[in-house]
Every structure is written in C-alpha cells, then in structure tokens.
Design a protein around this ligand. Structure first.
Ligand SMILES: Nc1ncnc2c1ncn2[C@@H]1O[C@H](COP(=O)(O)OP(=O)(O)OP(=O)(O)O)[C@@H](O)[C@H]1O
Ligand SMILES: [Mg+2]
Length: 319
C-alpha cells in the first residue's frame, strides 16, 4: 500500500501566484542593502541583538542564516535559482530549560516572514500531546490540524523526542513523525519546523530518526547563561515590568544566584523570572503590612534587599 500523501491546505496556488505577481511589480533587488531595505529584516536582527543578553553563538548562527536567505533572494532575482527550490530551513534548537529557545524561535519566525520565506510569520508552539492521539485514528487528524494552524509560519515542537517511544512498538508518535516528514519535505516553502529540547536526548532522537535528522538544515545550540548574564537578564526583566533593584538589592540577587546555581533544577532565565516574581510577592506583602503609609512610585517600583534575602535559598545555605 502506498503511503498517503499529505498536503496541508494553506499555501494555495492562488495566493502563491498573487504573491509572485506582486513581487514581479516591485523592482528586483540587486544588492544586499536593497534586499535588507525591502524586507526590513534588519530591525528584527537589531532587536534580537539588543533585547537578548548573551547568546553570542546563537546570534551569529541567525546572522549566517539571514545572510544565506538574502543572497538566495539575490540569486532568485537574477534567475540563478528557481522559486521552487527554496532552501531547507528546518532547525533544531538544543539547550537546557530557560536558555531562550522559545524566545529566539519567535524572532526567527519574524525574520523568515520579512524575508518572504513564510507568508504569515506566526509561531505555533506544541508538544507531543498536541500532535499525538490516545486512540487509533486520532493522531493523523490531530497532527494535520496543528500543521494547518502553523502553515505560513513556524511550527515549534518542544521536547520533540517525546514523539518517539521505542519501548512501545504501537506508539502513535511514529504516525505523527511520518506526517511531519512529508510536510517538511513537500511544503517547506511555507512551513519551517523547529524541533527543540535537551541536547543529549535530541541527539539520541535524531540517531533513531535519520529521516528527520536529514531534513534539519540548522542545528543551533543554546548555552547556559553565565551568572553575570543572568544578572543582566534580571535587570531587563525588571525594567520590562517597571520595577528596579534598590540600594544593595542587585548584590543580594547576585548572591542569591550564586547559591541557586548550585542547587538542582536550575532553569536559567526561567528561574530568574520565577525568583523575581517571588521577590515581587514579598515586596507586596511588605507594603501591604503598613496600611496607612502613602505609597509613592518609588515605593511601588523598588525591590529591597530583604525582598530577596527572605528566600529559602539563603536559609538552606545557612543551615
Ligand atoms: N538572552 C535573554 N535575554 C533576555 N531575556 C531572556 C533571554 N533568554 C531568555 N529570556 C527570558 O527568559 C524566559 C525564558 O525563556 P524561553 O522561554 O525562551 O526559554 P526556553 O529555552 O524556551 O525555556 P524552556 O526550555 O523552559 O521552554 C523568557 O521570559 C525570556 O524572555
Ligand atoms: Mg520554551
């Protein structure tokens, strides 16, 4: 029996033709600067550079990919490649929790959109449960529904290795992988798939699924953040929420991070966010206790050292 051919609706011939016609009207870019000006991709790249602390190797890889796409556009404009042979852009993002994988994937979707590689530039983030059904016959419709939503953008599959369960030979994950494989191959001009997860488990997963691995053009590794980077990330997060560290608080938080890093389950920027959320709770309780005090902007936006030092992390260290 021949395998069924999946074709997810979305990139209809009509829209493709209309887009091609529109592209034909604009003068064709012949320089890198013209492509950059037409696509406004540089502003996304600048934001990525500015908003995200550290991640130097990741940022470099994304610049490389953007350069490839820009040059590809120039080649297309000179008729050196056909539009049908768009480069494979499926990627894997490996790294520990909280290293910025989801955040970078969203920026990636915008970059791909501005360069015209996907029509919409949205990100659909899923895990195994969104793709794989519990019963026979449920998996294909689930996977296709997700693919339909993601068409024209980026499908981000977190902890992708859960799709494959070799210990269970009748696992429906395999069915989902097969559909994904076909769509990744046949509709790669309108959908970019990013598989994400821990590095070691991802390596094992790719070894067991060479078909998937061979369709991934870019493997990007997200390193853990150094303590100084985590502090800088916390400054950015606080500023984003309209809070700041008061006198001595940043030092207290640096100490907190030093202790927390030595404990299990540290999840990089995500742990920083959680710690700051707990500090805001303590600040609120502190302010709440003094009911007659007039609270000014400074009171309401400042975290004090005690808001940090009340953490269990310090008590555990003192014990
Ligand atoms: N380099 C960075 N600079 C500033 N903020 C960051 C950076 N990396 C991550 N963050 C912030 O940390 C939080 C967690 O990041 P994100 O969800 O992207 O990580 P992740 O690798 O997808 O984590 P998980 O594996 O837990 O899903 C987000 O709020 C994000 O904005
Ligand atoms: Mg994530």
């Amino acid at each position: 029996m021949a395998a069924p051919l999946y074709n997810i609706p979305g990139s209809s011939q009509a829209t493709a033709t209309a887009a091609a016609a529109a592209a034909d009207m604009a003068p064709k870019a012949r320089t890198v600067n013209e492509v950059l000006a037409q696509s406004q991709v540089e502003s996304v790249m600048d934001e990525l550079e500015r908003d995200l602390v550290g991640l130097a190797p990741v940022k470099q890889r994304i610049r490389d990919i953007a350069a490839l796409l820009v040059v590809d556009k120039l080649r297309l404009n000179l008729g050196l490649v056909s539009g049908a042979s768009s480069p494979s852009l499926h990627m894997s993002f490996t790294g520990n929790p909280g290293t910025g994988k989801t955040t970078v994937a969203m920026r990636m979707a915008q970059i791909l959109h501005r360069l015209g590689y996907v029509r919409k530039g949205h990100l659909v983030a899923v895990t195994r449960d969104d793709l794989v059904g519990q019963y026979i016959g449920h998996t294909a419709p689930k996977t296709k529904e997700v693919l339909k939503k993601a068409m024209g953008g980026v499908l981000f599959i977190d902890e992708a290795y859960y799709l494959y369960r070799p210990e269970n030979e009748r696992d429906y994950g395999q069915e989902s992988i097969e559909i994904l494989l076909q769509v990744m191959e046949n509709q790669r001009d309108d959908l970019v798939v990013i598989l994400a997860g821990y590095k070691d488990r991802m390596d094992t997963f790719f070894k067991s699924n060479p078909g998937l691995s061979s369709r991934i053009a870019h493997h990007i590794d997200f390193p853990d953040y150094a303590q100084g980077e985590l502090l800088e990330i916390s400054d950015r997060m606080l500023a984003g929420m309209n809070y700041h560290f008061g006198a001595g608080t940043r030092e207290a938080f640096a100490e907190y991070l030093g202790l927390r890093l030595q404990q299990p389950h540290f999840a990089n920027a995500r742990s920083v966010r959680n710690a700051l959320d707990r500090a805001r709770l303590r600040q609120a309780s502190r302010l709440f206790a003094d009911r007659d005090r007039v609270l000014g902007a400074e009171d309401l936006t400042t975290l004090l050292p005690e808001d940090i030092r009340a953490s269990r992390v310090f008590q555990a260290a003192a014990a």
